[in-house]
Design a binder for this molecule. Structure first.
Ligand code: F0G
Length: 407
């Protein structure tokens, strides 16, 4: 069987899979891994997948081939597809599911991409890996680089990352730089310095990261028995929704799924260049200079994957819309209170977006709907405490307890 290649998403120039490239040297657009799908036998694939537990490496025939060596893995993927009975009743939806990817080993979907990205880094024998991050990428990269024994450098926007994520990067042993600026500034620094300093970049511009992330789409098809009608997902740097699109498209091409869901991207109002492009029907984004939102994970004004995102959302017949911080927090609380799912604010954006899409009539109430919850609520304890009722101080007596239970 021939191997995968790298291909520019715009001019389609092709490159060998082992070249270290993050963008096309001809037109500067991003690259994607292209599998030799026509050479694969879908019956054989189905049999192989079914013989393994749910998780990223269940689908190893559709992932980069690491010459028989085992991947650097923490058993990522295999996350729950939670059926929301209570919220479904509230909204009049019969088939509402949440793909809770906050249940990955480091608490976010990033682990799916990082197992593939770090395994690639190991094979390329790189000395050090680097990323810019709003928090989750850095937590995940630090954990996986630690297992592989590769030095890890992370650049985070000063003062704007959730405490849980920062503590993870520090505990897993990364060298952490707080960049004076926002995520976009940090990513610019990473991209302009990596070659000179010999650092391997593991942001989602690395074409191997999305390969791991696309397995969430495969899992949803296998958990539901078919692809859903609509998928609702938060958009920050724009890599994850494009990875889902790739995953669903590959399964459809292989005959392992009958359809591709409409993909609805959700951005926070204060950081919404992709939604703005959709509102205007534009073919490119206009970066937001000073992005701001309580959902710090998606506080991004100049998403590197903007073209992949536009292609994915348009190609699927979906849309990209915004939600306010108040809507995000209200959804976060609702999910925690009546579904038992504690997700971080960025992850709650997808559910907040769904409520809007139902209200606009874009999504039909009979559809099979999957909302992606990308990160765990414990990542951002400061926010959770700030938006919740405070604990009540009482004396250690029944009298005090009874008095305070009233009302
Ligand atoms: N949800 C969470 C919890 C995230 O951490 C991110 C991105 C997104 C959604 C958006 O995904 O960028 O692929 O569109 N976090 C990155 C980080 C930027 O550095 O952790 P995207």
């Amino acid at each position: 069987m021939s191997s995968s290649i790298l291909r520019c998403i715009k001019c389609h120039r092709e490159f060998p899979e082992n070249e270290i490239l993050y963008a096309c040297p001809s037109c500067s657009n991003l690259l994607e891994v292209v599998l030799p799908i026509s050479e694969l036998d879908s019956d054989e694939l189905r049999e192989s997948f079914d013989s393994r537990p749910l998780g990223v490496w269940r689908y190893k025939e559709l992932l980069p081939n690491f010459k028989g060596k085992s991947p650097v893995s923490l058993d990522e993927g295999g996350t729950p597809l939670h059926r929301c009975v209570n919220l479904g009743k509230e909204l009049g939806l019969k088939n509402l599911y949440i793909k809770f990817d906050g249940m990955n080993p480091t608490g976010s979907f990033k682990d799916r991409g990082m197992t593939v990205g770090i395994t690639k880094a190991r094979d390329l024998k790189v000395k050090a890996v680097v990323c810019a991050s709003t928090g989750n990428t850095s937590a995940s990269l630090a954990a996986y680089a630690g297992i592989a024994g590769i030095r890890c450098i992370v650049m985070i926007p000063s003062g704007k990352i959730a405490l849980g994520k920062l503590s993870q990067a520090m505990m897993h042993g990364a060298t952490v730089f707080e960049v004076q600026g926002n995520f976009d500034d940090a990513l610019r620094l990473v991209m302009s310095s990596s070659k000179e300093l010999g650092l391997y970049v593991l942001n989602s511009v690395n074409p191997f990261r999305p390969e791991g992330q696309k397995t969430a789409a495969y899992e949803i098809v296998d958990q539901l028995g078919e692809a859903p009608d609509s998928l609702v997902i938060p958009v920050g740097n724009g890599g994850n929704n494009a990875a889902y699109w790739k995953g669903f498209s590959e399964f459809k091409e292989l005959g392992l799924a009958k359809k591709i869901p409409r993909i609805y991207g959700i951005q926070a109002e204060g950081a919404a260049p992709v939604a703005e492009a959709f509102r205007k029907g534009a073919d490119r984004i206009k970066p937001v200079e000073k992005p701001e939102t309580i959902a710090t994970a998606i506080r991004i004004g100049n998403p590197a994957n903007w073209l992949k995102t536009i292609n994915a959302i348009r190609g699927s017949g979906g849309d990209c819309i915004t939600v306010s911080d108040a809507e995000i927090i209200s959804s976060q609380k609702r999910l925690a209170k009546i579904e038992g799912l504690f997700v971080e604010p960025a992850a709650a954006a997808s559910f907040a977006g769904l409520i809007k899409l139902i209200g606009k009539g874009d999504i039909d109430k009979d559809e099979k709907i999957v909302c992606v919850a990308t990160g765990h609520g414990l990542k951002d304890p400061d926010n959770a405490i700030k938006v919740s009722d405070k604990p009540v101080k009482i004396e250690a007596s029944i009298k005090s307890l009874r008095a305070n239970l009233r009302g």
